[in-house]
Design a protein around this ligand. Sequence first.
Ligand code: ADP
Ligand code: ADP
Length: 234
Amino acid sequence: NAIVEIQNVVKEYPLGKLSVRALHGVNLDIGRGEFAAIAAPSGAGKTTLLNLIGCVDTPTSGTVRIDGQSTSELGDSGLTALRLHKLGFIFQSFNLIAVLDLYQNVEFPLLLQGGMSRKERDARVREMVEKVGLTKQLRQRPNELSGGQRQRVAIARALVTRPAIVLADEPTANLDSTTGTNIIELMREINHTEHTTFIFSTHDPKVMDHADRVVKMADGRIVDDGRGAAAGVA
Ligand code: ADP
Ligand code: ADP
């Protein structure tokens, strides 16, 4: 079965007495180990979709299943646990903690998750930092690093808990083209070696070229699921 299963998902946001329908019955499966891009013009519902997959929010109707578990059946603590154990997040503006150094930023999700000794955490943090090529910068803070280096730290942080799925919202949007390509290639390498599923949004055709699959959205619908058949179109 797919690691992400989205069935007939509608998402509405209240707007005074009315509501805004951001997703109009979305169906989408993402297989284990896929490296999938989501391409959508602004306002198409991409952030809403990523928030539903990321267990930040739940659908108005329909189901979102992560590794077989329906997110609508979980309360806040269940959603938080799912986020901590199964998901990793990468953002366009990196979202590192400014007062922590590189090592502490990468260690942070392991501390939130709990259950590992200091020695186990240390080994895992160093392994990830080496994987993203920043061993020499271990004690530097985010403001001492370049944009590309910051995004490498964010990748190490997203992967340190060995999540099944990494969600990346426009991970290259704040990077120059060469640095952005390097970041996508690093994500791709981790996808191959760790078998982590990646779902990332992007506007950049060069970034989409690296994907196994490009899912296209417009007006709250999936107009091309990247598998040769447009969802909902006979
Ligand atoms: P995208 O990320 O593709 O730009 P969003 O998912 O942010 O799209 O938004 C899709 C639609 O839903 C837009 O019309 C947006 O204005 C609306 N929307 C998103 N979040 C909210 C919210 N919290 N409250 C009201 N409307 C929202
Ligand atoms: P993006 O950079 O993906 O286009 P947006 O600017 O659409 O993101 O949205 C940023 C945040 O604001 C999201 O969390 C979204 O849910 C929220 N949002 C978007 N549109 C609205 C809206 N009309 N009312 C309230 N919140 C909104």
